[in-house]
Design a protein around this ligand. Structure first.
Ligand code: SF4
Length: 403
């Protein structure tokens, strides 16, 4: 009997629908009636549906057609926000947008962004991500991302760091461990760094990743006091003890950077406690305290500390606790690399096709010449042709307006 199997999908039925989870954190549903119209079916395992009395090819074609339709209503499970699945047949390139895909700024650190959505709601979040976010989300097929990254690595042609700097929490992405494993095997990659809030990590996951010698975890830790930690994380379920355990365990197996964000009026008094915690660990991770900065699209709970005051504070703490806190550019070994050509530049008029909603309401992603262009102030009409005037082209990140 024909069986359709998907490692990235999980099926479960209720009385009316088959619910389809994509990469663990995104979900959609198909009417059972529509599946029965293909042929009688059974969910034979979480990743498999078996159809009766129908040739395999026919079952697959009909099922793919239903799935494609269902993906138009994909949602992020945590928030219910609409989401777009970007895969190799989606017609959406991976260069052009700062929120997903590949961001190459002509340096030896290449950013990749697999997904959006976050299980916290930090008061200082520079992109206002988290459970209160009402933005449109993206999630990317791992093998499509790796193939496109390979093309870029070939172009750059020198060893690079891959920074998994997702607008959201990267371990919500169901293929994250596989992605890290694949990057570990990629010759041109010397380091894989990943920013995570640590809440979804477990000791078992760290054991599974421990052989990834290129991996560096940048873990958030903003307070040790449990109530303060919950206040900064913006969710009452935040468990700082778990994150401390993960930091302690991961530090003995992998390179770890603990990265608190000093947010005035929230956690200044917690910095010394974090220093003492880090110093108490059997294998001491690097501590990189960051200064809270206000961003236009961020959550801005208060004033910034001037850089002068921030560095003076770090210097005091360094002297008092005999620990290095001020990280220099040389600590990250960033080099300039080959500039990627831009298919269009600021001021150009470009014919583009609308492919998906963009992150913010009333904005779309349009596609031209293997790049995406963010177009605010434009209604989403799939596959509509528009003319866009390019307003921003820096680092192959494109923003335009309807011409
Ligand atoms: S964990 Fe990161 S992405 Fe999530 S809300 Fe906090 S700062 Fe934003």
């Amino acid at each position: 009997m024909p069986t359709v199997t998907f490692e990235t999908l999980t099926f479960r039925a209720d009385h009316e629908f088959v619910h389809v989870d994509l990469l663990r954190s995104y979900t959609t549903k198909i009417l059972k009636e529509e599946l029965r119209a293909i042929a009688p079916f059974t969910i034979t395992s979480p990743h498999e549906i078996t159809f009766e009395n129908i040739p395999v090819k026919r079952a697959e074609t009909k099922f793919f057609s239903l799935l494609t339709k269902a993906f138009e209503h994909l949602k992020t499970k945590l928030t219910g926000n609409p989401a777009t699945y970007i895969h190799r047949n989606s017609g959406i390139p991976l260069i052009g947008n700062v929120a997903f895909g590949i961001v190459y700024r002509g340096s030896s650190i290449i950013e990749i962004k697999t997904n959006n959505g976050c299980n916290l709601d930090c008061v200082y979040c520079s992109i206002a991500e988290g459970i209160s976010s009402r933005k449109h989300d993206f999630v990317i097929e791992k093998d499509y991302l790796l193939d496109e990254l390979d093309k870029l690595l070939e172009f750059v042609d020198e060893p690079v760091e891959i920074h998994i700097g997702v607008q959201g929490e990267p371990f919500l992405y169901g293929d994250m461990e596989n992605l890290i494993e694949d990057l570990q095997e990629t010759d041109r990659v010397h380091t894989i760094s990943i920013d995570t809030n640590g809440t979804l990590l477990s000791k078992q996951m760290i054991d599974r990743l421990a052989h990834c010698t290129k991996l560096q975890l940048n873990l958030s830790l903003d307070a040790l006091n449990e109530e303060t930690a919950k206040d900064v994380a913006g969710v009452k379920s935040y468990n700082v003890k778990h994150v401390q355990e993960i930091i302690s365990y991961a530090s003995s197996k992998l390179k770890v950077i603990v990265a608190p964000v000093l947010t005035p009026c929230f956690n200044e008094q917690e910095m010394e406690k974090i220093i003492l915690f880090v110093k108490s660990l059997p294998v001491q991770p690097i501590l990189g305290i960051q200064n809270f900065l206000r961003y236009k699209a961020g959550r801005n709970p208060g004033k910034e500390l001037s850089w002068e005051d921030f560095y003076a504070l770090l210097q005091n703490l360094e002297q008092k606790h005999e620990i290095k806190l001020r990280l220099a550019k040389t600590d990250f070994a960033v080099r300039e690399t080959r500039e990627l050509p831009k298919p269009f530049k600021e001021g150009d008029l470009v014919t583009a096709i609308i492919k998906a909603p963009d992150r913010f309401p009333n904005s779309v992603l349009a596609v031209a010449k293997d790049r995406t262009i963010s177009v605010p102030g434009c209604l989403f009409q799939k596959d509509k042709q528009i003319t866009v005037k390019i307003l921003r082209d820096k680092h192959n990140i494109f923003v335009g307006k309807l011409a």
